[in-house]
Design a protein around this ligand. Structure first.
Ligand code: F6P
Length: 524
């Protein structure tokens, strides 16, 4: 893997001579060169802080940083996750044929696991779970967290058809399970989704699900028929006792795993055809990423714009604002995808990075956000680039609603860019002025369906990869999450009352407070 040779100083020198965004955006021929269509997605980059020359310099820089070789390594299953000596197999999960001949056996395993999964989920959707060794479920609950929750939950909430209700419990906070449980029928199937099958939160929720089933009168001998396990560690899950175990490979990253058997809940909620359409949309984007010239390649272009926003224009955060209620979880999904992938401080050679890679990703649905944080986007001191997204054709008949929705999206992107000046005599001139020059991208989907959603999510996966190539970092590990997990496992016995260990003064003080309030209350 090549260390990044991205020529930041050349880009900086050019950027210093660029006109303001308002004038760039007024340049109609430039705009025509910055609009792109693929797979029912329309990406408008005309309000990004780039001109054609800067974009060209960035493309050259990306190529010099090793895009070609890294992308090939990704698709050919090389050990591109070099700190864990693993490949990153998400493209293989949605490939109709192996992406390299060496991967043919692995591809065959993927296809076999998927057809088993779809056989099970179709039986469940038809009320015939008992035909595949499970119960005839009337509800399904996915127990998983992080990548074992966010991707499946996002897709189910966006496109699920409610033939069989699907719920999600991620948090170890007992309120999550305790609130859902009263609404569950006894005939509930729990899907324990954990790549590692060692995540404390998920295993505890699975244990509570088992206790709850017993409380509902399910006999011990019947319990296994209420559980499916989706994991890359069947060895660890064996003793759990689920009637079905659906494996996937260790080389599938958690946040890239919704395309694997981690997508069990998706297949329940969308059906086999929907799941396959999702994969097909992602595969189309994979092929586009592989084959389209850089100057028309959506993941390359979006990745470069985002990399420049972060490192050249020094924007520490980025807002993702889908104008679609069904995509409410997209900001949370992208938060994990981007911040867990590129929230790194050293490059592949373990040298400190001079510039940040992943911004803080946040956001929420439009138009709701307009009545909350958009004030700050328009007039706050920090410039926050925004990703606006919306479907052109909705799946409802409320035409006026959709006109209002789209009008608002278009207005917000224009307002952020154009800003507003007020006449000198206005006593509130400064307070009411909007500086403008604030960048955004607009991504319109012809409509939101499984195919376009698959393409959209794969677009973001690959644009995160592009940013990692610019910076020369490994986007597929996440060592930073381990320290907190380790400390939590040391503190847990102290809260359970059987720990001898002493901690730092702050933790000790907080533990004392917890113990004293507990001593005064019925809850221990
Ligand atoms: O804590 C981070 C993490 O490892 C994520 O990368 C992952 O998606 C999540 O936890 C859940 O992990 P698992 O699927 O192994 O339970």
């Amino acid at each position: 893997m090549q260390h990044s040779d991205f020529p930041w100083s050349r880009l900086q020198a050019h950027a210093a001579s660029m006109p303001a965004l308002q004038s760039l955006a007024d340049d109609a021929p430039r705009g025509e060169q910055l609009r792109f269509d693929f797979a029912g997605l329309h990406l408008d980059l005309s309000r990004a802080r780039i001109d054609i020359e800067l974009l060209q310099l960035a493309i050259e820089g990306l190529q010099a940083s090793g895009l070609q070789a890294d992308r090939q390594a990704l698709f050919e299953g090389e050990l591109i996750n070099d700190s864990e000596l693993r490949p990153a197999l998400h493209p293989l999960l949605r490939a109709s044929t192996p992406t390299h001949e060496r991967l043919a056996p692995m591809h065959a395993e993927i296809v076999a696991a998927r057809s088993r999964m779809l056989q099970i989920t179709e039986a469940l959707r038809g009320g015939r779970g008992s035909e595949v060794g499970l119960i005839d479920a009337r509800a399904v609950v996915n127990l998983g967290i992080g990548g074992s929750d966010l991707g499946p939950r996002l897709v189910c909430e966006a496109l699920g058809d409610d033939r069989l209700p699907v719920h999600f419990v991620a948090n170890v906070d007992g309120h999550a399970f305790a609130r859902l449980a009263p609404r569950l029928p006894r005939e509930t199937l729990f899907v324990v989704t954990s790549k590692s099958f060692s995540t404390r939160e998920t295993l505890l929720n699975a244990d509570s699900a088992r206790q709850w089933l017993k409380g509902q009168g399910v006999a011990d001998a019947e319990l296994s028929r209420h559980f499916v396990v989706c994991t890359a560690r069947p060895d660890r899950a064996e003793r759990f006792g689920a009637a079905a175990m659906l494996p996937f490979a260790e080389g599938v990253g958690g946040r890239y795993s919704l395309w694997s058997t981690v997508g069990f809940a998706i297949a329940v909620a969308l059906g086999a055809t929907g799941f396959q359409d999702l994969l097909a949309g992602a595969e189309a984007m994979d092929q586009h990423f592989l084959q389209a010239p850089a100057a028309r390649n959506l993941p390359v272009l979006l990745g470069l714009v985002h990399a420049l926003d972060r490192a050249l224009w020094h924007c520490p955060t980025r807002a993702v604002v889908p104008y679609d209620e069904r995509l409410a979880l997209l900001p949370a999904f992208l938060q994990q995808l981007e911040m867990e992938s590129n929230g790194k401080g050293v490059d592949r050679r373990q040298q400190p990075l001079g510039i940040g890679v992943a911004p803080v990703v946040w956001g929420g649905v439009g138009t709701d956000g307009q009545h909350a944080y958009f004030q700050s986007l328009h007039q706050g001191v920090d410039v926050v680039p925004v990703d606006f997204l919306a479907p052109i054709r909705p799946d409802h008949a409320l035409r006026e609603h959709h006109n209002v929705l789209l009008a608002n999206l278009l207005a917000q992107s224009a307002a952020l860019c154009q800003g507003q000046e007020l006449p000198p005599e206005d006593p509130l001139r400064a307070a009411r002025a909007c500086p403008g020059g604030r960048p955004s991208t607009v991504l319109l989907l012809d409509q939101l369906d499984a195919h376009s959603l698959g393409a959209l999510l794969a677009l973001y996966e690959h644009k995160v990869f592009v940013q990692s190539v610019v910076a020369g970092i490994n986007p597929f590990d996440q060592w930073g999450v381990e320290l907190g997990k380790a400390i939590a496992s040391q503190i847990e016995p102290a809260l359970a009352g059987d720990g001898e260990q002493r901690f730092d003064p702050t933790t000790e003080s907080l533990l004392r407070r917890i113990r004293s309030v507990r001593a005064d209350s019925a809850i221990q």
